[in-house]
Structure formats: structure tokens, C-alpha cells
Design a protein around this ligand. Structure first.
Ligand code: KDG
Length: 339
């Protein structure tokens, strides 16, 4: 299967008439092609946002740039897709910030538990602060260009063993985390038994019981049908996950200034659209999950404080890697945004 996937993606990267794989493989007329892949499925607001991006880009470039969209990890997991962007064999992907930290350690500032207190604050920081912008500006050194921040959202915990409401309940829970060192360590500190895993493998792992649970925003839990393989959801909101719209720097450099402006504007507009959809549906999804038989547990502010106190030393451990200055500036931006 792996070999087949590899051959398929090499063929696709080369285009039908065998042009070089740099930037966008030209295959339909003279249009340059953006192959855009995500891990989530075609019901998720992220995919609907991607379709909006496609619509805007194709219209505003008069078809000079075409966007091909792939969901459900059809082009690979977050890390593999970012590597493909670096090589220029894929042009676009929209990962959570967490796996970006494997390329740029400063991104782990977004992995600090309980950094953002609300969606409003997250919006102000991500869309307006200098520090958030500077983090995007670190991407070109890694062969990628950050067009905009989108929303994955506050992450909540699901599992099959216990309705988690307190720190003690994490004990020995086998939890899948994203491929991110800080997440892994934070769950260890909470007493869980975490293991990193690609998103595409998650459903089967829960189904087969090789793990007890996972953590993702409500939209993902509902739209990926995790209720079919999970009993409990706890509204821990332990971290706010931004998405970053990433473009291959090779494709970016081959685009005119005008096209670059269109790409950025389209990413921003589609991001607003996706964010709105994500938020509108949230309370409906929670009610639906309950109706489907899951227990839904709210977390008290005291319990959340306790979780924060336990994970704070982990943050301390990572502070050199992330950069003390980056952490301080992010905290200041959060404070400012909350005023
Ligand atoms: O499309 C984005 C997903 O691949 C991913 O980032 C989802 O948050 C996610 C996870 O848990 O892997």
C-alpha cells in the first residue's frame, strides 16, 4: 500500500505530460496547479474553507491557478505533506501548529496548555499581533510560506474508560497525541500514558482498543464520528490549536506579485468563513454527541487550574527550545488582547 501511494503521488506530482515537479505541475491547459491536502474529512469546516479558497483563487486569477483539493490524509499525514511542500511535489497543506514545531521549535509556544483563554483572544492574537506574524515569517527558511492562520480550535479529551473531570482521572489513560514533544510530555505529567500517532491511524486505533482515547476539537470528534468508538468526552479545552495555511515556497516564488496577493487574500477570507462555520456548529455538535450516547463532562475552573499547575513545569522545561522571549511576547499579546 505504501509503495502504491508513493508511486501514485510521484505520478501525480509529475503531471500527466511529465513536466518537472517543481512548483505546480502544469497539466490542465496553461493553468498552474495547487495540490492541497488536509488530514480531516470532507465534512469538516477546514475542508469547506479549502473549497472556498479554491473558489476565490480560481475566480480571481481567471483560472491561471487551479486548486485540487484532497481530504482525509489522501496525500499523507501533516508531517509528510509539509515535507512534500519543501520538495515542491505538493503545493499546499493546512496542518495544526503542533506538527510545525518539528520544523520550527518556536511554534511550540502554541502548545503551551491554557495559553489562550477564549476564542476572542485567540483571534486578536493570531490575526493582529506581531508575534503571531513573526512566527509565519519563520516559515520560508523551511521552504514553506504561511498564508494565514485558520482555526482548528480548543481541544477536548475523549476516551473509553472514564468520564474525566479531574487530574486524577488521567491516570494510565492511553491517549493519542499529535506528533509534538510538548503535548506528549504534558500528558505524561498529567499521569496519562500518551503515544504520538498520525491522524489517519487514529480511528482504527480507538476501534481496536490499542489506545483509550484522543484529544481534538469538538467539530473533529463529531464529524469524524469518534462517538462510534468513544464513550466519554470532557470539555478540557486544554490547548487552542491554530491551523496554518502553508504553501510550498517553490510555488510561491514562481507566482507573480499579483498572484501572491490573491493567494494571501483568499486564504484570509476562506479562513474567516471556515472559522465562522466551526463556531456556529459547536453547541449543536456537543448536543448530538450526547444524543449519540456519549457522556459530556464540563471541567470546573478549579480542575482546570490544577491541570495548568501540573503542566507548568513541562512548559518550563521547553522554554529554552521555544525561546523565553517568544513565550513572554505571546503571553503579553494574550494579556493585551484580553483587555
Ligand atoms: O487537516 C489537519 C489535520 O491533519 C490535523 O492537523 C488534525 O488536529 C489534528 C490532529 O489531531 O492531528
Amino acid at each position: 500500500f505504501m509503495i502504491l501511494t508513493l508511486i501514485t503521488s510521484i505520478l501525480a506530482a509529475c503531471g500527466t505530460s511529465g513536466e518537472k515537479a517543481s512548483g505546480g505541475g502544469k497539466s490542465s491547459g496553461d493553468a498552474r496547479i495547487i495540490r492541497a491536502g488536509i488530514g480531516l474529512n470532507d465534512k469538516h469546516p477546514q475542508y469547506l474553507g479549502l473549497l472556498k479558497f479554491k473558489e476565490i483563487v480560481e475566480k480571481e486569477t481567471n483560472g491561471a491557478i487551479k486548486v485540487e483539493t484532497y481530504h482525509s490524509s489522501q496525500l499523507g499525514d501533516d508531517r509528510a505533506m509539509m515535507e512534500a511542500l519543501q520538495l515542491g511535489t505538493q503545493q499546499m497543506t493546512i496542518p495544526s501548529t503542533a506538527p510545525i514545531a518539528n520544523f520550527i521549535p518556536e511554534y511550540s509556544v502554541y502548545d503551551i496548555p491554557f495559553m489562550f483563554p477564549s476564542e476572542e483572544v485567540a483571534d486578536k492574537v493570531l490575526l493582529e499581533s506581531d508575534i503571531a506574524k513573526e512566527l509565519l515569517e519563520k516559515l520560508p527558511d523551511q521552504g514553506m510560506v504561511g498564508l494565514a492562520y485558520w482555526e482548528n480550535g480548543f481541544r477536548d479529551l475523549t476516551n473509553n474508560k472514564v468520564a474525566v473531570s479531574n487530574v486524577g482521572d488521567f491516570k494510565n489513560l492511553k491517549i493519542r497525541t499529535m506528533e509534538n514533544q510538548l503535548h506528549l510530555e504534558a500528558f505524561k505529567a498529567l499521569g496519562a500514558n500518551p503515544t504520538p500517532m498520525a491522524f489517519a491511524e487514529l480511528f482504527t486505533a480507538m476501534q481496536q482498543g490499542t489506545i483509550d482515547g484522543q484529544e481534538n476539537p469538538i467539530a473533529t470528534i463529531y464529524l469524524q464520528k469518534y462517538n462510534e468508538v468513544q464513550k466519554h468526552v470532557s470539555l478540557t479545552h486544554h490547548v487552542y490549536s491554530p491551523f496554518v495555511v502553508l504553501l510550498s515556497k517553490i510555488f510561491w516564488d514562481e507566482s507573480s506579485k499579483e498572484e501572491q496577493d490573491i493567494l494571501v487574500k483568499a486564504a484570509k477570507e476562506a479562513g474567516d468563513y471556515s472559522r465562522k462555520l466551526n463556531r456556529e456548529a459547536n453547541s449543536t455538535y456537543i448536543a448530538e454527541l450526547e444524543q449519540e450516547g456519549m457522556t459530556v463532562t464540563e471541567i470546573t475552573p478549579e480542575a482546570r487550574e490544577e491541570m495548568k499547575a501540573i503542566t507548568d513545569p513541562v512548559v518550563e522545561k521547553f522554554s529554552d527550545k521555544i525561546g523565553k522571549d517568544t513565550i513572554d511576547r505571546m503571553r503579553k499579546a494574550v494579556e493585551e488582547a484580553g483587555k
